[in-house]
Design a protein around this ligand. Sequence first.
Ligand SMILES: NC(=O)c1ccc[n+]([C@@H]2O[C@H](COP(=O)([O-])OP(=O)(O)OC[C@H]3O[C@@H](n4cnc5c(N)ncnc54)[C@H](OP(=O)(O)O)[C@@H]3O)[C@@H](O)[C@H]2O)c1
Length: 221
Amino acid sequence: MSDTKIALVTGAARGIGAAIAEGLAARGMTVIAATRADLDVTDDDSVAAFASRYRHDHLDILVNNAGISGGREGQTPGQVDPAVIRAVYETNLFGVIRVTEAFLPRLRESADPRIINVSSGTASLHWNTDPSHGFAARGAMAGYPSSKAALNMVTVQYANAFPGMSVNAVAPGACGTDFAKDLGLSLERTAADGAAIAIRLATMDKPPTATFVSDEGTVPW
Ligand SMILES: NC(=O)c1ccc[n+]([C@@H]2O[C@H](COP(=O)([O-])OP(=O)(O)OC[C@H]3O[C@@H](n4cnc5c(N)ncnc54)[C@H](OP(=O)(O)O)[C@@H]3O)[C@@H](O)[C@H]2O)c1
């Protein structure tokens, strides 16, 4: 087996995913930067076709980055449109499960397999229930944070199921990507800043498993 690590990043056309792909390539990895056009994480056939076209005998690092906010419309408790929530879950939760299941056989062929799920600090139940934390005070959203909280639990379940694998959730922090602009947010952190924690988990010796981490350390579940 070659020493060059192979990484697959979903949603890598722009934003944090593009920055993760660039960062891993800059560190000498073979990076498959998947875009929605060739790997739509919401589409069973697209994921199956992509996996069947995969020509390497193993995969070392899967970064499940593709994600959507779903926008504010239809997510406010009391005015929820279940179709909006369903669409958010389809990408942020089922998309991750779909891609992970498709690539598990290749990951299990790696000597040092890692799954990095790009979650969000907004998923933290602790922060959302702490009156002194900004999340508790800001406009509630029924879909996006809960999709990422579910993703965190899925992360732990895969970590527990595959003890030889490093499976973690990362919080990139609020970054001024199109994602944030679409929510009307103007943020100083860049996509590269948001990519740093995923790159760290992908490249560090002896990575942890079943953790939820950001640049600043452990994020409370
Ligand atoms: N930005 C933040 O402040 C922030 C904070 C916490 C967590 N996050 C998370 O970080 C990740 C990346 O966000 P970002 O800020 O980089 O957002 P972004 O700039 O909007 O980029 C999202 C990427 O995901 C792709 N994508 C969306 N749906 C997809 C699908 N069905 N199949 C494949 N790719 C799909 C998009 O593809 P297209 O180009 O085709 O649309 C795009 O490349 C997301 O999981 C997000 O939840 C972001």
